[in-house]
Each structure stands twice: as structure tokens, then as C-alpha cells.
Design a protein around this ligand. Sequence first.
Ligand code: PEP
Ligand code: MG
Length: 873
Amino acid sequence: MSAQQILAPFDGWCSVLDEVPDPVFSGRMLGDGLAIDPTSGILVAPCAGEIITLPASAHAVSIRTAQGIDVLIHVGIDTVQLGGRGFDARVRPGAIVRAGDELIRFDLDVVARGAKSLMTPIVVTSMDGLSLRLCRAPGLVSAGDLLFEIAGTAVGTAAAGIAAAGTAMAANIATSTPSRADTPANEPAVGQTLVVTLRQGLHARPAALLAQRAKSFGAQASLGAHGRAANARSVVAIMALGVRQGDELSIRASGADAAQCVASLVAGIQEALRLESAAGHGAAADSSRTALDSSKTASTLAPRSLPADGVLGGVIAVAGLAVGRVARIERREIAVTEHGAGAAHERAELDQARVNVRARLERVAATGGATRREIIAAHLEFLDDPQVNEAAHDLVAAGKSAGFAWRAAIRRSIGALEALEDSRLRERVDDLLDVESHVLLALAGEARPMNIPLPERAVLVADDLLPSELTALDGARLVAICLSGGGATSHVAILAAAMEIPTLIGLGAGIRNVADGATVIVNADTGTLQTAPTAAAVEQARAAVEARLMRREQSQAEAQTECRALDGTRVEVFANLGNVMDAAAAVVNGAEGCGLLRTEFLFIDRETAPSESEQLAAYQSIAAALGPRPLILRLMDVGGDKPLRYLPLPAEENPALGLRGVRTSLAYPDLMRTQLRAALRVQPSGSVRLLIPMVTDVAEILAVRGIIDEIKAEIGIHARIELGAMIETPAAALTASRLLREVDFLSIGSNDLTQYTLAMDRGHPQLAGRTDALHPAVLQLVAAAASAGVAAGKLVAVCGGVAADRLAVPILLGLGVRELSVVPAAVPAIKHQIRSLRINDCRELAMRCLELASAAEVRAAVARSIGPAGETP
Ligand code: PEP
Ligand code: MG
């Protein structure tokens, strides 16, 4: 029989099971396999089979293959406690699925905040008769990559399944002493019934404990509930019983050591109870802490004891590595009295407090960089928010104190934000809390200190952090941030990225047990916090930090400066972005702006269109993360292969040739108007440049320009808005000089231009090797667009994937392209390469390549010319 392949159920970082911060998994009590720290929230089937378990909480799923192999995927650690929050099951138990079918969707942020770790074990739960061959070393994986292979024949899986309970399954043999019952085979059996008091019922961890105990006896043991029975040695079968808190559970066993087996299983339930309560009520190790004022109520996360190996798993908000000493911060609740001293007095107090806070925030903004200024600008908006102020004034008029009214008004807005599905907007909650505490402190006649002292090489540990708290810390002493909660796109994460401070969030309540002053290793590349590292590990990590610093200083120093070719020709290197995290990464990597913001991320995979305010918040936060760098916002490129559930787009025979890009926008102008209103309202006014996708003729540009002008008039914007057209169709490339009369710049989308020029689907697996943008036909079109740009004196950029292709860069520059927009991580390398090129050499090389017969010939010619290291000889 051929080996069963188990594929990655999502994108993420693959690790060995030993690294899972849960002894049940790392000790392989639930089975053998690998673990992945997910970076996407869509879990797909790792193999074909039948869904055996998928509890209501949807945090885990097990599949049985045709060969009877049971594979369990447990999303994160301790996620059963979320009770389904953040999870959405896409199939039901009993469903037959194919490898790659979607099984569960989960919200990474919600799960990361509520769980001990996102590390997800993928294990074969019964290895009897089977052998496992790992096919993947630790590192990044994509959904569908091969993880491991299982060979052999599964033993006893059928028996491990759930059988209808026999009549002899004594439902009421609940005695403290095991009682005798008859099995169908009339074998003597002992049994006991108890009520399960475990808060989460028999989920994976208690099931593993029980199965492990059952396996150590010769007796045949089974568990029964809801009129069904399960082999006590099978984790999957136990989980499939669906035993919840308060359910009756029968344990029975037959064979020589049956009585001991039953007693051991009962003890197993008690052990699980002990573990559950230890996880819920571990004591926090307290010591001297840096006190921060805040109106924020304490987190409701219960502290947990640290895992035995002292390693906590979190979500990477800012990548990096650091070694330092823990500095904990804690907040002081700001008390407010409910009743005011007269409406006029309280109103005046509130207004004066807001004036003081405004002055103070403006002072703080002046002391920091662009990111800080942009975030404070957002706080000033909240301070003046008409809805918040109106609500506060109403409460003051009803007799409440200024502080009580302000807090209640802010909390009302927070409630509204928290109810939203969009995690990016939910993360604005911290900004509101920040503004709340500023005003409450001002009302109390205090102000948040501008600078909070930290010890040298401090690793800040907290439940969460407000933006103003971070800016008040001494950044020079701060080497890392570790939060039990937090959000990856929060302003704190953006600030931390701008300050280049490795940051882990969602580490769970366990970090409360990390002692103040302890030396820890923060690995924000793998998402782990080592709370009790050995001296050798600390030494090793310190050396690695030093080496990284040196390397980074070299390439980063180079990357942050403007980019010129060897002969002095200026070439701008921008970054393609999809969200605010990308924007932070782009800045760190030295991108000079955003050449392509793919706004589709806001529109797809949801039930309703994003509102204007939601879009504005998203665009503004990206603009804030970019600071003064230009932001080119591409109008939504939906339709075709990116359908929207809320748009009745017709089924099309050739979606790539149908309603997509600007065609969709013009077909649904209301959607485009909302997007344009949001884009044009981004501050500073007129700063966003707009880019039209999938242009085929001038009429499309004129139509969009007309709508832009109407909206500018509607919302009172006078600034000139720069408009660009994407060159993604041969039609656009060949009429570039005509298009350039209506736009300010062109941006070549080589991904689509290649697909439409070569008539090859860009996603076709069998054509992948041939859809090459260096095909001379594509290059001819790039040349046409670029020379039209040169003639018109307007910029021609390339934002398709070819811009980051080392062999393409000299050709593109040789053809006249002067801006490349690439993924953020590629910016330093592309800048480095450009600095080694002479434009005249590039021009000559490009001209030769235009005459060649195939992409392979072009690649060979460039490789000969620039050499393996990318230097022009
Ligand atoms: C392109 O087509 O090259 C492009 C940049 O757009 P997208 O990849 O988003 O279609
Ligand atoms: Mg495209």
C-alpha cells in the first residue's frame, strides 16, 4: 500500500512537536507528527478522508483516511477554552473531504489573544502498525506542502471508532466501587459511571490522558456517553463522544486487570481536573513593577503557570531576536465619581481637560518621528470625535461627573468597535482607551509622564500596552516587547515596528508568571519567549543578536538611503502592500513609498462591502505607518478570479476576460464612490495617489476621473489628486502614449500583462514554467509603455512580480523604468543590485534581449551579462 501523505493545513512556520508548549503534544501523548504556527486563518484538509470529530467549539478536527489512519489537527493550545470564539466550522462530522478542502476558518487575532499559543499540532493519533517519515525541516510552509508520510497498516482503527452501546452498557452503575457488568461476549467486566465536571468536557487533552492510561493495561476498556461507546485507547474516539461538562460518562473494562484499568481511568479524569484548575488559577509571580496610570480595567485573562520548559508561544507582531531582562509594567485604575457638581461646572471641566490633552499631545508629537505624529493625529481625531463628545455632554447634562461621562462615552464607542468583525477596527480600541486615560488624568490634574525609566536592555512584559505608554518608554533601553494580549495591526505594533523593537503578542496569561528582572530570550522570528533559558542558550542568543545587528546595520544603512545606479541615475524602490503590517515592514526595509496598495484585502472574504469609515481607518493607518512616503492606492481590483459574495457578478465563461478591475468598479459605481470617498479623505489631504487597475482604454480613465472630480466637489477637496493607470493589458501598453495624456504616471502590472500577452492563465500549474514576464513579447510591451513615459516626461513604474526578479532588473532599467515596487522584504536586495548597475549597459542589454526568441534566451543573456552575484562586469 502506498504511503499516506499528510499536507500542511495552512501557511505558517513548521516546527517539531517538541516545541509545542504543551506536554500532552510535545510528549506525543496524542500522537506523532509536526506542528505549525499558522499565518493564515483558513484550515484545509491535510489529506482526503472522513471528518470524525469536529466539536462545536471548532478548535480541532480529526480526519480518518481510507486506510483508517486518524489525523488530528488541534488549532493552538488551550483553544478549547475559547468555546468557539474566533472559529467557524466549514464542514460537519461525517463529511467526506478531499485534501485541500476548507474545514475551519479562524480569526488569528481572536485566537491568539485568547490562547496560550497558536502552535497547531498535526498528529496521527494512533501509530499502532504505522511508521512516520518527516518530510519537512523546521521553517516556513505553505498550505498543501508535504509535511510527513505514513506507511504501514493502521491497527484497530475500526475498534477505535464509536459503536452503538450494547444493552449491557450499564447506564447506572455509578458506585464508588467498580461494579461488575456483562459484556456482549459475556466476559466479566467492571464499570463505573461518573459525571464529568471538566469545564471543557473531554477535549483533546483529557482524552489523551485517558487514552494513555488505557493503553498501559491489558484490559479492553471503553467509555460510554450519550448511548454510544468508544475505545478508551483512541483519543479520536473519546473526543468523538462529545462529552461535555455535566454529562454522564460510563467507564468499563474487561480482562485480567480490568478493575485497575477502570480505577486508573477514573484517576485520569481527576488528573485532568487538577490540570484544568492549575491552568485556571496559577499564581502570578509579583515583584517591583513600573507603575503606569490607566483607566483601563485589568485584563480578564486568568494567570496560568508557565509550561515545564518555560517556553511561551506568541504571535509575531515585529520580527527579530533579543535577549534582555524582564521589566513589567502595571496600570493604576483611575477612579471617577459618578455624580457631578453641576452640569455647567462639569462641562467646563471636561472641555478644559480636552484642551490640556490636545496641547500635551501636540507637544509629544513634536518630539517623535513620522509614525508617532500620525498616530497622535489619530488620537486627536478621537479627542474631538463628535459622537464621543455628544454622548459625554449628554451624560454631564444628566448629572454625571465629567470623568464618569467621558469614560462612559468612550466605552460606548469601544463597545461598538468590539462588535465589529474587522479585527483592524477592533484594534482601534486601544487608541480610544489611550485617549480616555489622557482625559481622565487631565481631569485629575495629572499628566502621563513623558518618559518612564527602564533598566538597560529591558524586555517589556505586560498584558497590553497603549500607544502613549510605549512612546513614554525609553526606546534606547527597550530591546523587546512581550504582551499577553494585543493585536498585530494595533498602533502599538506599528509604533514598535517603526522603533524596530521585536514584539510578540498573544503570549497568554502565562507571562504574568515571568519574574521581574529575569533574563529571557525573545525570538520574534519563531514566535517564542524563553522564560528560563540556560546560560549557554543566552550566550548563543547574544552572539546571534550581535551578528544580526552587524549584518543588518550594513544592509539597512544602505537600504535607508536613496537609490542611484552606478552612473548616478535615480531609481526609486517602493513596496507593494496589502495591509498595515506590510507598511511597517516596508519602512523598516527602506522602501521609499508604496507603489501598489492592493485594496482588495478589504473587500474579499466577507459578507458585506466595507463601509467608508472602515476603509478610511484602514487606509489612514497604512498612510500613518508610511509617514511622509508616497502611498499609491490601487482602486479595488475585484471580479474575475476575485469574486465578492455581496456582488451579483454574473457567472462568466472566461472570468479573466470578463468583469474585473476597473470594469467591475464602473459596473458598480456606488462601490467605487465609497472607496474613492475614503481614499480622498486620507490625511494629509491629497496625499494619496490613485491607480486604476486593468485599463484597456482612455474612456475608462476619463470615467474614473469624472467620478473623482464629483467626489472632490462633494467633500470639499481642492488638492490635485495624482492618477495613474496600470499597464496590464496589451491594449494599454500599445496605447500608452494616449493614456499618458490623461494620467500622471503608469505602473506596469507584469503579472497580468504576461498572462494576457501570452494567453496563459497566471495561476495554471502546468503553464507555470512558461508564464515568464521575460518573454520578449512581454518585454516589447514594457518597452512600448516605458518609451511612451520617457517621451511624455512621466514616470513609468513596474509593480508586478518581475520587478523583484534579479535578472529582470537591468532590462527594466534599460527600457526606461525608473521605479520598481516589490515585496517589502526584497527592497534592500533590489536597492543593492541597482547600485551596481550602469544604465548605459542596461540599455544595451535590454535592446539585445528584445530581439531574442524566448524567455529562456533572455534569462541566459542577462545571467551572462550581470554574472552570478548580480554585478555588472
Ligand atoms: C500585476 O498584474 O502585475 C499586478 C501587480 O496586479 P495583481 O498581481 O494584483 O493582479
Ligand atoms: Mg494585475
